[in-house]
Design a protein around this ligand. Structure first.
Ligand code: HEC
Length: 150
């Protein structure tokens, strides 16, 4: 084997190694797909909540509230046992105290429906009170079941 050929093999091996390293799915220590899709859903609720607080009219407020409520309904199926993966913010307590965890999801579904109703009423005080109730639920669940930023 001549030396040029050896060099080509070495470069090819390095390129393969680098492409593996750049693909999160093949590297340990990254968030699982499920954890990432949960994070995306949660982030969209947070963005909608911020949008709602800045909403200029009733129509915009209702739209934001409906996004939050629709996402709350999707949470039911997103926390299957053991879906934490090697890296996630989901604490094991979710599955150890699953009834309590699920009660936060139920409450979120209830408080976000009330939020939609409040935005439709156009009553600012009612909207503020409903946002506070939703916020307490987000924060309550995070305190017990969400781990530190990763
Ligand atoms: C039933 C419990 C629960 C409720 C209710 C809840 N969250 Fe979460 N939230 C979690 C958990 C658990 C995680 C971590 C998910 C993971 O990493 O797999 C999380 C993650 C997040 C994140 C971080 C996403 C990231 O990039 O890591 C944001 C933002 C967030 N939630 C916003 C909200 C908002 C806003 C609400 C209320 C409208 C809310 N959450 C309601 C449990 C909850």
């Amino acid at each position: 084997m001549n030396s040029t050929y050896k060099l080509t093999i070495a470069i090819t091996a390095l390129a393969v190694a680098m492409s593996w390293a750049a693909t999160p799915a093949f590297t340990t220590g990254h968030r699982s797909e499920i954890s990432l899709s949960r994070a995306k859903l949660m982030q969209s609720m947070e963005d909608a909540a911020k949008g709602l607080m800045r909403a200029a009219d009733t129509g915009a407020a209702v739209n934001h509230a409906e996004i939050i409520a629709a996402n709350a309904m999707k949470l039911d199926g997103m926390f299957k046992m053991g879906s934490g993966g090697p890296k996630t913010r989901a604490k094991d307590a979710i599955w150890l105290k699953n009834d309590d965890f699920k009660s936060f999801i139920k409450d979120l579904q209830r408080t976000t429906k009330a939020l939609v109703a409040a935005t439709k009423s156009g009553n600012q005080d009612a909207v503020k009170a409903a946002i506070r109730n939703v916020g307490k639920n987000c924060g309550g669940c995070h305190d017990s079941y969400r781990g530190p930023k990763i």
